[in-house]
Ligand binder design. Structure first.
Ligand SMILES: [Zn+2]
Length: 327
């Protein structure tokens, strides 16, 4: 968190122009604090609101008051941001319409502002907006990077499914924007880990929902004729294999998508493949689908543990430097 003292904030002359430009939306009669932007626009606001919203303003107004230019109760604070940024930020703290945020760049400016002045309300509100916007799908890599840069846990959780599904987009990140510079190879490994961990979990869900149930299902041709009575219909086994393979390539694959079953049926040697998959196993496919939906999109603890183990396997933890003694 950037620490800005009142002295730094009120660094400029502290003298007001004869006819200052005053924001038409922030000119409260009972204002006791003027925030002046870098382009000399004044915002006449309230110490109480700024102190309760921003830890930086609170510290500055309470501890460093003597360094501010004051005229009776009126404090003047110069900030380095331009007026349009101050206006947009203040609208999150006052009962006025908030800016309509349809792209990431203005959000980044506001996240930076919230970070610099330590304003949790702006951070929280922006995370709510971003987590529900179509930027998660339209700008997955940049949104993921912004979540990482500003440590936005809510946004990271929301963007994770799209990030895991679009790892290939991360391969070409090449620091195209300031935010994507925070991406490292480790992020790609982490996404890839989630992808394979999800397919393992899906495999378990699929088999645990059926492994004891084959015996109770009506005998299909391949089980009756091929001595497979103890085992599942070959169409089911082929379906489970195909689903897990497809899921590994595309983590959002829906198990109940009938095209997967049609693909298996067209190649199956069991004449009853169709009734097996669309009737006998339909409830199990539904059940597995519900369980697969519950599988998390991130496995941070497992990933860190596995990373640690692979470092130990390579003997990196034994790495010590020794030197010849100098005579
Ligand atoms: Zn069969």
């Amino acid at each position: 968190m950037t620490t800005v003292t009142g002295t730094q904030l009120a660094a400029s002359s502290g003298r007001r122009a004869q006819n200052p430009k005053v924001s038409p939306h922030f000119r409260y009669q009972d204002s006791n604090l003027i925030i002046r932007s870098s382009d000399e626009m004044e915002f006449h606001v309230h110490k109480s609101i700024m102190s309760s919203s921003s830890r930086v303003f609170r510290d500055m107004l309470s501890l460093d008051a003597q360094n501010l230019s004051t005229t009776s109760d009126l404090a003047l604070v110069d900030v380095s941001e331009e007026s349009d940024v101050i206006e947009a930020a203040l609208r999150f703290l006052y009962p006025l319409p908030r800016p309509i945020l349809k792209s990431l760049s203005p959000m980044v400016v506001l996240f930076e502002f919230a970070d610099k002045y330590d304003i949790p309300l702006i951070n929280f509100t922006l995370q709510e907006i971003l987590s529900q916007s179509n930027l998660l799908t339209d700008e997955t890599v940049r949104t993921f990077s912004i979540a990482k840069k500003f440590n936005l846990t809510r946004v990271e959780a929301a963007v994770m499914p799209y990030a895991v599904q679009n790892i290939s987009k991360f391969m070409a990140f090449g620091s195209s924007t300031e935010e994507t510079e925070v991406l490292t190879l480790d992020d790609i490994h982490r996404l890839d880990h989630s992808r394979s961990r999800r397919s393992v979990a899906a495999f378990v869900a699929l088999h645990s929902s059926t492994h004891t149930s084959h015996m109770s299902l009506p005998l299909c041709a391949c089980r009756r004729m091929g001595g497979r009575a103890e085992r599942a219909c070959e169409a089911w086994t082929a379906f489970a294999d195909l689903f897990i393979k497809t899921l590994r390539e595309n983590p959002s694959t829906d198990i109940s998508d009938p095209t997967l079953r049609y693909e298996v049926i067209s190649e199956s040697n069991c004449p009853d493949a169709r009734v097996t998959l669309f009737t006998h196993y339909a409830p199990y496919i539904q059940q597995a689908g519900r369980e697969i939906k519950e599988i998390p999109w991130a496995f941070p603890e497992e990933y860190e543990r596995e990373k640690l183990c692979s470092r130990e396997d390579m003997g990196i933890d034994d790495c010590t430097f020794e030197y010849e003694a100098i005579e």
